[in-house]
Write a protein that binds this ligand. Structure first.
Ligand SMILES: [Ca+2]
Ligand SMILES: [Ca+2]
Length: 74
């Protein structure tokens, strides 16, 4: 995983802030979970914020990345 690239890519996009409330927290993790499990992105366009590993889609890998980020181990 290219964490350095992820951080650079995301630094001006508010990393992982899928619901656009200014911070990345557990609520954004829930949004990613929904996106991964059901393709339900909610009202906002999630890809630029939710595609944490920059592979063009929101997948379980992004969910893992988000969880690590929230846990402070990313
Ligand atoms: Ca948020
Ligand atoms: Ca991805």
């Amino acid at each position: 995983m290219q964490l350095a690239e992820v951080m650079v890519y995301s630094s001006d996009l508010c990393y992982g802030d899928l619901n656009c409330d200014g911070i990345a927290d557990i609520k954004d993790l829930i949004v990613i979970k929904k996106a991964v499990s059901g393709g339900n992105y909610g009202s906002s366009e999630p890809n630029v914020f939710g595609d944490l590993n920059c592979d063009g889609e929101i997948s379980a890998s992004d969910l893992v990345a988000m969880r690590k980020y929230l846990l402070g181990i990313a």
